[in-house]
Each structure stands twice: as C-alpha cells, then as structure tokens.
Design a protein around this ligand. Structure first.
Ligand code: ZN
Length: 489
C-alpha cells in the first residue's frame, strides 16, 4: 500500500517537504538543515553560498526563453518553532517529524509542523530542482528568523542581483503583504532615591483581569495597558491629596506584549489617620469603575485589587522619585499613535509600555515603539524620549530594527495582483503588518528591493496544532509558477 503522503500534489513540493521534515531544525539548531541545503545546491552544480551564520543562497540561471526577464529573489527561513506535547514520542530537537494527513490538512503528530516556514523551503527546492521554464532565481534561506531574525540581519546581500523579492512566510492565502513595521526599544530609567527604614502601613494595589496580547498585531484593538492604568490610579490618589511614596512597582512580562497585570505598593509618611486607608480604597474603587466604563466592549474583566498591611523596615522612594514615575506614566502616549494614510484600517505607528520594574537604583520601563514608516519611528522615539527626560528620567535606546515601507510604486505588486485576479477570479487583499518581518531588514540592506510576501494557509503556527492546508499549497504553488513564468511583466 502506498503512503498517503505520496499522493499529495504538487509532488515535488511534498517530496522536499518530507525530506526537510526528517531533519531537526529548531531555531539555533539549524546546522544540519543548513548543510543539507548547501549540499543540495552543490550537487546540482548551482551557485551556492553558505555563510558563517548558516544562511544559504542558491542561484539558478534563467531558462532559454527567460534570459531577458528580471531575476526573481525567493526567500524563506529554514528554522522553525519546535514544540511538542508532553507525551509526544517525537523530540523535534533530535528526531524527524511524524507527518500525518487528516481532513485536507498536513500536520505532525505530537509536535509543531514547521510549515512556517518549511513550505517556503520546499517551494524553493522544487523550483531549483525541477525542469520548469523560469527566469533567473536567487533563493535565500535564512536561519533564526523565529528568535530575532539574526540570519537576515547578518546576511551579506552584495551578491544578490534581483530587485523583485517574493517572501513566502505569510500564513493566509489571498493576502499580499506589502510592508512591515520597524521597531525600536527604549528604556526609561528613573533614579530611585530611597528613604527608610520606616514603620507603618503599606497599601498594595493590583491592576488585574486585562486581556493583553501581541503589542504589534493586536495594538489596534485598543486594549488597556495595566502599567498605564496603574499610573492613573497613582495619580488619582495624589490628586485626592494623599502625599504617599512609592515603595515598589512591577508590571508586564515583556516589551512586545500588552501589559496585563501591574502591582504597586505605597507608603504614607507621617501620622497615620484613621481615614487614610478608607480614602485610598475609595479612590482605587472609583478608578476601577471609571476604567470599566471606559473600556466597555473591549475589556470585560478589569479589576483593581487593594489591601493594607502593617510592616516595619519599609524602604520607600523619595517624593521626587515617586513623582517621576507617576508623572511619566501619565504623560507618555501609549497604544496606537497613527493610522496608515495608504491602506485602510492599518496601524502605522504604535507604542507599548511593556514592562516596569523596580531595581536597586532605578525604576525602569521597557517600551517597544513600532512604525511602518521610517519617519514615524523617529517621531515617536523623540516624543517618548522627551516624556522621559521632562520628568527627570534617562532614555536609553537599543535594538533598532528597520521597517519595510509600503512602496507606492511596485511593479512586482502590480504583476502579482493582476495574476492573482486571473488565477482566483477575485481581488487579493493588500496588507501591511504592524510587526517585524525579514523583508524590513532586506530593504534596509538593498534600497531598490521590491518585496511582496505570500504563503498558503497555515493554521495555529508555533503550536503543536500547526497544520498546513494541502489544497491551499497547490493553489499557491500554481500562483507562484504563474508569477515566475509571466511574460507580460
Ligand atoms: Zn515564519
């Protein structure tokens, strides 16, 4: 009996997909797959270059009838997010994947499938290996996309001749991705002058019950950021005439997630009045009601916890340090800053105050700024840096990742839209994403680059449920061939 995998179309694509699925290739464990790709190119006598990071470039000369056509760059990443179920017999760090077919989908039993971005690798290998009439191809296979895009960042593009780049790392058929956000990371450092030890009551406040989410792809939903809400609670307590000092503040998990939980504790020096605790508690309660009504329909679980505890040996911050933190949280912008002028309903610039932590000498905020426009990133960086400095803090910039700016004039997009309509009978959706993609890095290295990103339907990527839509692969493959073999453009 034949294996059901042998029956899948396009045969060449699945042949190579199965070959690479037999080679473990989690991020940072890409040596074997990188060697495989290098060997693949050399065995076929193709121009093949493998760099120190493990990136591989393979070129194939144009077929007879395509000598005068533009070179096309194809690109995808060879690494995958490797996860497994606790009881999986397959260890994706050591073993090949156990590919299975069910209800029109391909999946890997017990692990992620790595169709993100193994399908791009399989497409490129099938094109390089096959007997297709094609223009000159430059295939770029990068490493470590899933863990910070180090492969793309370190890639030397000086031997890349093409301008048109088709990135095959999107997961929804029918969408052409035409731009991505650049990001920059920024720390706000607020000096923590300490006084103590003190004895008395410490009041604990916790902002809870928020939804959070990815700070790029989900920022347009307008969800609340717990660090910002905490800033507002602290300001309301101050506005109620209570001269407190911040003891500790901590919120959020990482800079690229919308913060969903923040805790702060405060201490009020001097005489302890009976009414103090009740006053703070009622102010906190008022804030909770205000936030619930403000975020109706967006957040439905907002809760602000409050408790008081007698303590000795309390180290609190000076009034100046307390004010710096509270004032910053109340003056900084957060969330969506600007929507795109070119494409409807797309966020262009955003900001997320991801974390706030109390260190020995500083309270530190960690924020990620994103923009699909180069100028937008600079603008928001200036605004936030000024907010930090205005209250007396220090702004530290790091981790600058370039954007891929939407090209008003893009011959590749025009060609791909035209062929999409011919093939599918309807208009593709044109999008820019408000997150980082490798294309941003390539555009930064090669100014004349004209990239478009596509891909077949892949569900639940980065999870053990990841599955690849088999028919969608077939359609996307035919679409890709039509683009490459187009004689009009
Ligand atoms: Zn990917």
């Amino acid at each position: 009996m034949g294996n059901i995998l042998d029956t899948l179309e396009p045969k060449d694509v699945y042949k190579f997909f199965r070959e690479i699925s037999a080679i473990p290739r989690p991020s940072y464990h890409t040596e074997k797959i990188s060697e495989y790709l290098e060997r693949f190119g050399l065995e076929r006598g193709l121009y093949t270059r493998r760099d120190d990071l493990g990136n591989v470039v393979i070129k194939k000369e144009a077929s007879e009838g395509f000598k005068d056509k533009e070179t096309v760059i194809l690109q995808g990443h060879m690494d995958m997010v490797a996860v497994k179920t606790p009881d999986s017999a397959v260890d994706p760090y050591k073993d090949g994947l156990d590919l299975q077919v069910e209800d029109g989908y391909l999946y890997a039993k017990g692990t992620s499938l790595g169709a993100d971005d193994g399908i791009a690798v399989a497409f490129m290998l099938a094109l390089l290996d096959g007997d297709y009439e094609l223009p000159k191809l430059e295939c770029i296979f990068t490493v470590e996309e899933e863990v910070g895009m180090d492969g793309a960042l370190g890639l030397d593009m000086s031997d890349i001749e093409g301008k048109e780049l088709i990135n095959i790392d999107s997961e929804v058929e029918g969408i052409l991705t035409l731009g991505c956000a650049g990001g920059i990371r920024l720390n706000g450092k607020f000096r923590r002058e300490r006084t103590g030890p003190n004895t008395g009551k410490v009041y604990y406040i916790g902002v809870r019950g928020l939804k959070g989410g990815h700070s790029g792809m989900m920022i347009h939903l307008g969800r609340a950021n717990s660090n910002i809400l905490m800033g507002r609670v602290l300001k309301s307590i101050k506005d109620a005439g209570i001269d407190y000092r911040l003891v500790h503040i901590e919120g959020g998990e990482k800079d690229n997630a919308i913060s969903l939980s923040t805790t702060a504790s405060i201490y009020v020096p001097g005489v302890e009045y009976d009414w103090l605790q009740a006053k703070i508690e009622s102010t906190v309660k008022e804030c909770e009601l205000k936030f619930i009504s403000e975020y109706t329909g967006i957040e439905d679980g907002i809760k602000i916890e409050f408790c008081a505890q007698d303590e000795d040996d309390i180290t609190c911050m000076s009034r100046k340090s307390t004010d710096m933190v509270v004032d910053f949280l109340n003056t900084t912008p957060d969330g969506v800053i600007k929507m795109s002028d070119d494409l409807p309903d797309m966020v262009e610039t955003s900001l997320n105050i991801g974390t706030i932590v109390t260190e020995d000498d500083y309270v530190v905020t960690d924020q990620l700024l994103r923009s699909n426009a180069k100028a937008g990133k600079k603008e928001i960086l200036d605004v936030v840096s000024k907010c930090i400095q205005d209250v007396g803090g220090e702004a530290v910039v790091f981790g600058d990742c370039p954007n891929w700016e939407y090209r008003k004039d893009s011959p590749l997009r025009e060609k791909m839209v035209r062929i999409f309509k011919e093939e599918y009978g309807y208009e593709p959706k044109l999008e820019v994403v408000h997150a980082g993609l490798e294309c941003g890095i390539f555009c930064d290295k090669k100014e004349d680059l004209d990239p478009v990103s596509i891909g077949p339907n892949i569900l639940d990527i980065h999870t053990v449920k990841e599955k690849l839509d088999i028919e969608s692969v077939n359609r996307t493959w035919k679409y890709l061939l039509k683009i490459l073999q187009d004689v009009e453009g």
